[in-house]
Design a protein around this ligand. Structure first.
Ligand code: BV8
Ligand code: ZN
Length: 261
């Protein structure tokens, strides 16, 4: 019999090291399409896995840069939702929290999470494709609603094309970030996987690492994923519905001081 939400809340309240892994589903209730849904309009004819690649950028830089700038414009027009806020709250409630995200939208930071391991980079940190120097964005992109092809700017240092500051398919993840995420997965005693299809590696391997190290793995997702058979608890629902309830049951309804500030 899997633990009930109350039992889970008790595990959360008394955990030693909480590890949270988020995917695009945690931003869905902010109005940001999930990774698989982020291909509408001009880009609807493409597979995300094919557009988020160095080869796609080489073949048609304006198409790829336009897609990312359209996504960045969307993100800047959205706000963190109750799930991001509940996760930001947790850092004050547990002895140790490691937040790992596959998302590139920066909403965890905007919700107040002080430390975020961004495995796949960020929409907000473009750089030069040639020399990797950072490129200073000057505000929201000039895009009509549906988005369009947009030639990427050029690097002032070497003339190379500016590219999104994300990790594309076929590119390696930032070694230090991945190392910290894997170390946390090995050390945590409670692992929450929230809003991810658990299909993209090496991120998708983290819950398995955690389970092998003895952590209780909990999944929050309205849909089924390959994690269903691994997770000790599968909470079928949305992040913004379940997380605030879980945090409230763990820390706010008890009446005792718990770890409340
Ligand atoms: C690498 C940034 C070395 C860009 C992204 C091992 C085995 C098999 C394949 C590989 C492997 N190792 C490497 C690979 C190849 C590849 C890979 O994994 N391919 C997959 C397709 C099989 N991995 C790589 O290339 C990685 N690099 O390992 O380098 C190497 C290289 C080549 C070969 C070997 C080794 C780099 C991967 C990073 C790619 N970049 N993002 C951008 O954003 O444009 S990936 C991108 O898709 C996301 O960042 C995320 O990681 C991934 C999946 O997206 P999700 O976040 O899960 O979102 P998705 O839409 O899929 O699902 C949303 C979920 O939310 C759903 O389940 C839905 O039900 C749920 N949901 C919806 N609403 C809600 C909700 N949940 C809660 N609440 C809601 N309201
Ligand atoms: Zn350059």
């Amino acid at each position: 019999m899997p633990p009930s939400l109350n039992e889970l809340a008790a595990r959360l309240r008394f955990c030693r090291h909480l590890v949270v892994l988020t995917g695009a589903g945690v931003s869905q209730e902010s109005g940001i399409p999930t990774f698989r849904d982020a291909l509408t309009g001009l880009w609807s004819q493409f597979e995300a896995e094919r557009l988020a690649t160095p080869a796609a950028f080489k073949a048609d830089p304006a198409l790829v840069w336009g897609w990312y700038e359209w996504r960045r414009a969307q993100v800047l027009a959205c706000e963190p939702n109750a799930a991001h806020v509940a996760i930001a709250e947790l850092v004050h409630r547990v002895p140790r929290l490691t937040l790992i995200t596959q998302n590139v939208d920066g909403l965890h930071q905007r919700a107040g999470s002080p430390e975020v391991l961004e495995l796949h980079g960020s929409l907000h940190r473009p750089c030069c494709h040639a020399c990797r120097r950072p490129y200073a964005l000057t505000g929201p992109p000039p895009l009509p609603d549906e988005g369009q092809r947009l030639p990427p700017p050029r690097c002032v240092h070497c003339g190379g094309r500016i590219r999104p500051g994300v990790v594309w398919f076929g590119e390696t993840l930032p070694a230090n970030i991945l190392k910290q995420a894997e170390a946390a997965a090995r050390d945590g005693d409670l692992f929450l996987s929230i809003g991810t299809s658990a299909l993209v590696y090496p991120a998708a391997g983290l819950p398995w690492t955690a389970a092998e190290a003895g952590a209780l793995v909990v999944q929050i997702n309205p849909d089924t994923t390959p994690l269903d058979r691994l997770a000790a608890v599968n909470l079928q629902g949305t992040a913004a519905q379940i997380l605030p309830e879980l945090v409230t049951r763990a820390f706010l309804k008890t009446g005792e001081s718990g770890r409340l500030p």
